[in-house]
Structures are given as C-alpha cells and as structure tokens.
Design a protein around this ligand. Structure first.
Ligand code: PMP
Length: 403
C-alpha cells in the first residue's frame, strides 16, 4: 500500500538538502544588533533580506505602543473578531486605514496572507478571476479556496488581458487581480492601463499592496497612488509585516464589501484575531508613514543605488523602483551556493527556488531598508561582487582571478 507519508522523505534529487551547509531556510536570527546587523549561526551578518523597508520593526515608538497594548490586553485575544476577539484598537486601526487609503471601510486580520485569503469570499461560482501570472501564492490560494474560474494573463500585458476580458461571458462577474508592486523584481502593476480595461469591461480591480503600501506614492498609499490612480482600485489588501514593521493585514474597500467579508470570509471568521501588541504597533506605524515621508525616500534611494550597482556588475538585475530586487541565478543548487557564499561574506539574503519561483528561475532576493547606510550598501555590493565572481555569475576581474 502507498505510504501517505512517503512524499515527505527526502528525494535523492533534492538539490537543497535539509541540514546541508548550503540549506538556506529556517535559520534562526538569535539577536538583533543596533546597526542593522543580526546574529545568525553565532555570527554577526548584515541583513539584506528583510521586508522591513521603513526600518520600523525596531522603532521605539512602535515598541512602546505595542508594550502598552500588551500590558492592557494581554498576549492574545483568544477568539475571533466575530465573537470575543475584537478590540477598540482594531476598530481604530480600521478607521485610520480606511481614511488613509481613501476607502469606505477596512477590515483588520491577522496576517497579509489571511487578508488575501479573505478575498476568496468574493470569488463565487459565476465569477471569473483574471490574475496576473506573477501574483503571490496567497492570491492563488484565495482563488483555490473560492469558486470562481481562474484565467491568468501574462505579466502586466494589457493586450493579453483585454483579449481575455473581451472573450468573457457577459453573465459572469469579473475581477482583475494584481499586485501593486511585484515582490521579486520590484516592478509596478500598470494600474492606469489595467484600471481602464477593468472599467471598460465591467470588472472589479483588486490590488495586493503588500509591498507598496507605506512605501510608494506621495502619501505612501501605494503603487496606485504613485501612478495617480488610487481612486480606480476597488479593493486593496495590505500587510503589516513589511512597511508597518509588525504582523497583521487588512482588506479595504466599499463598506458593503467589507461588511460582507466580515461575515462570509471563512479565513477571517474562523480564526483568532490580531493580538493587541501588533494592532497597536501597526497603528503607530501608520501614523509614522503619514508623517515621515523621508523614510520611504531613504528606502527607495537605497534600493535605487543597489539595483543600479548590481545591474552594472552584470547580474541581470531587472529595472524597477523597489528596495527589493533579484539576482537571477537559474539553477537551484547554484542559487543555494550563492546564498552561502554571500553569508560567508557576511551578508544575509534570501534564496528563492522552485516552487516559489518557476523551474530553472532560482534567484537571490535582496532587500534594503531606510536604515541601511552607504557603507552598508557598499558592503552588500562588495559581497555580491566577490561571491558572483567566484561562482561565475559575473565576469571575473581582468586578470581572471577572484578578488
Ligand atoms: N502578498 C504579497 C505580495 C507578499 O509578498 C506577502 C508576503 N511575502 C503576502 C501577501 C503575505 O503577507 P504576510 O507575510 O504578512 O502574511
């Protein structure tokens, strides 16, 4: 008989073997040092793999707000928002988020992943979801959990999306799903073009702004604001685990839609609510996002510099504006080696391998924050140069030796 756990045994062809020297996952961060360094494996390394773009997760104001809320409400709410787990803090955060985003209402949930899963309640039998081919796994999981038919359009390809929308059955509900800023390459959704198509074809536009809310646009509202089309977005999801420096997520949109989600979105109804400390930290972060635009300017400038220098070195780093970017590697085992080489150089990055990325498209994801100094950015570039040359990802020095 087939052993149902057979699938869990390591496969001989597994390239990134658990426990091996180059295994890049689940490495505990044992300590945070003051200057953006962290201790991993007993060694201080520079963190270049965190989504804390605005460097708020260690901000004293967030910590003070979280500590006070924790003292008042305890470490958990022991129930769902629907029943016993709602706090005034959740409601305050929802009201401020909705006002910030220019939406009628918002619903706070416990993670960004969950915020996207709640969308499943909008994906009913008679609906078609048109999703950008590169949207995040959590959005694909929302589609799986819902009942709508899925149609994928080529990344940011307006002509392709229009062809697909034109072929729609007029009786079907239509929803277009994209990310505001795509998390791996840091490029933006063509919000003006996609919003135009959505309007022309009676489709609702839903944007996951996990990476851009707090970072882009004059007011920090995200990619749609940056591109001048904030009002064209029907529903926006976000996470507090990136620019907001804590944990949690939210869905914002028209009041009747949010009220519907509050009662019908199983991933929100059947799970415990966001602990007070995280809600308070998110609220403090939102207020900082509104009042300290220089933080996003610093993060974007750091990203711009690193991206330009990696591209100039010949890594094939794609253009974009985000503080997150990729070094394309291709082969999974080579990607794990590159990750280890960078770690040995004292820089912590993220190795993204299939199924997180398509087969043969393994990459190193680097991200920088408002707190990275010029000297630290130079260290990251130097580490990439040395590691990239050793592994032949970029050309060696003129005399053919590694530096
Ligand atoms: N959407 C996108 C685009 C993401 O990159 C992520 C997390 N990496 C999420 C949603 C989920 O957010 P969280 O980690 O807060 O659950």
């Amino acid at each position: 008989m087939l052993d149902a756990f057979g699938k869990c045994r390591p496969r001989p062809d597994q390239l990134v073997a658990i426990g091996s020297e180059t295994y890049p996952y689940y490495r505990p961060v044992t300590e945070r040092l003051d200057d953006g360094e962290v201790v991993i494996g007993g060694r201080a390394v520079l963190m270049a793999g965190s989504n804390d773009y605005l460097a708020l997760s260690d901000d004293p104001r967030l910590k003070a707000a979280a500590t006070e809320a924790l003292d008042r409400h305890g470490t958990g709410n022991s129930g769902s928002r629907l029943l016993n787990g709602s706090l005034p803090l959740h409601e305050e955060l929802e009201a401020e988020l909705a006002a910030f985003l220019g939406m009628e209402a918002a619903m706070v949930v416990s993670t960004g992943y969950q915020a996207n899963l709640t969308l499943s309640a909008l994906f009913a039998h008679q609906d078609v979801v048109y999703a950008d081919r590169l949207v995040h796994a959590s959005l694909m999981d929302a589609v799986r959990l819902g009942h709508a038919r899925l149609v994928r359009y080529r990344h940011n390809d307006l002509a392709h999306l229009e062809r697909l929308l034109k072929a729609a059955d007029p009786r079907d509900g239509r929803l277009v799903l994209s990310e505001g800023m795509f998390s791996t390459d840091g490029d933006l959704c063509d919000v003006p073009g996609i919003a135009r198509l959505a309007r022309r074809h009676d489709a609702r536009l839903i944007l996951d702004c996990a990476h851009d809310a707090g970072l882009l646009g004059v007011g920090g509202r995200g990619a749609a604001e940056q591109l001048g089309r904030q009002a064209a977005v029907d529903v926006q999801t976000l996470t507090f685990s990136k620019c907001f420096g804590t944990l949690g997520g939210a869905v914002a949109g028209p009041r009747h839609v949010i009220d519907y989600l509050r009662h019908h979105a199983r991933p929100a109804v059947f799970t415990a609510s966001l602990p007070a400390g995280c809600a308070a930290a998110a609220l403090a972060a939102l207020r900082i996002i509104r009042t300290e635009p220089e933080r996003r300017r610093r993060a974007l400038a750091a990203g711009e510099r690193l991206r330009a220098e990696l591209a100039a070195l010949g890594f094939g780093t794609a253009p974009g504006i985000a503080p997150a970017m990729a070094i394309p590697v291709g082969d999974t085992a080579l990607c794990a080696r590159m990750w280890k080489e960078l770690l040995d150089e004292g820089v912590y990055t993220n190795a993204m391998v299939p199924p997180g990325v398509p087969e043969g498209k393994a990459l190193i994801r680097l991200s920088v924050t408002a707190a990275h100094t010029d000297a630290q950015l130079t260290r990251i570039v130097d580490a990439c140069t040395a590691a990239g040359r050793r592994l032949g990802l970029i050309a060696a020095t003129q005399d053919g030796t590694a530096p």
